[in-house]
Design a protein around this ligand. Structure first.
Ligand SMILES: [Zn+2]
Length: 193
């Protein structure tokens, strides 16, 4: 699979489905997919990249169809599950082990590079810029999946950096496209303070 304009990895949908089913069973998941106009993707889950508009529609429907606390939980849970999927299936074992034994700032730099390289999977047409900091920073200009506070993205980054770089990672999101900023900025603090 390579980058294609306007597409993101299927986990933006698949893991959100898992999160919704964990929250309220099949009934709730079907209701949200239906609200998003995505029942066909519920019946036949995507195995390859998906149009970013469809991932956006699902993430928006989660917020629109559920009470605020449940929507936040589902978005974060979808992000955690996506992070765990990437750790298990997309990062080779030797790379995981190498990152885990390297000093955190160095492991962080390498992980940022890998994230930059695969940015299309979570940012679609958004332009991704990373900086080693500290704190490390991931910027997504015109983030096509932005939701206020971007709980899905934050949870993906928290999972990856928490498992591969430093267990006490803190991810903050001081600027967001969904609330008018030109770019979504994520700060990743591994200082442990
Ligand atoms: Zn955002």
């Amino acid at each position: 699979m390579g980058a294609q304009p306007g597409r993101v990895g299927p986990n933006a949908i698949l893991q959100s489905r898992e999160a919704l089913e964990a929250l309220g069973g099949v009934e709730l998941a079907v209701r949200v997919f239906e609200a998003a106009g995505l029942l066909p993707l519920y019946d036949v889950p995507p195995v390859e990249m998906v149009p970013q508009d469809k991932a956006m529609a699902l993430h928006r429907a989660i917020r629109a169809a559920l009470p605020e606390d449940e929507a936040l939980w589902a978005a974060r849970e979808g992000g955690y599950r996506t992070g765990r999927y990437i750790l298990a299936k997309r990062i080779p074992k030797f790379a995981r082990e190498m990152l885990q034994i390297l000093p955190a700032p160095l492991a962080g730099r390498l992980l940022l590079k890998a994230i930059q390289k695969h940015a299309w999977t979570f940012a679609g047409t958004g332009r991704v810029i990373t900086a080693p900091g500290p704190p490390m920073e991931i910027v997504i200009e015109d983030n096509p999946l932005a939701q206020p506070g971007c709980p899905w993205h934050g949870s993906v980054f928290e999972t990856l950096f928490g498992r591969l770089v430093a267990p006490h990672v803190r991810v903050s999101h001081p600027a967001c496209c969904a609330t008018g900023a030109p770019a979504c900025r994520f700060l990743i603090d591994i200082s442990g303070a």
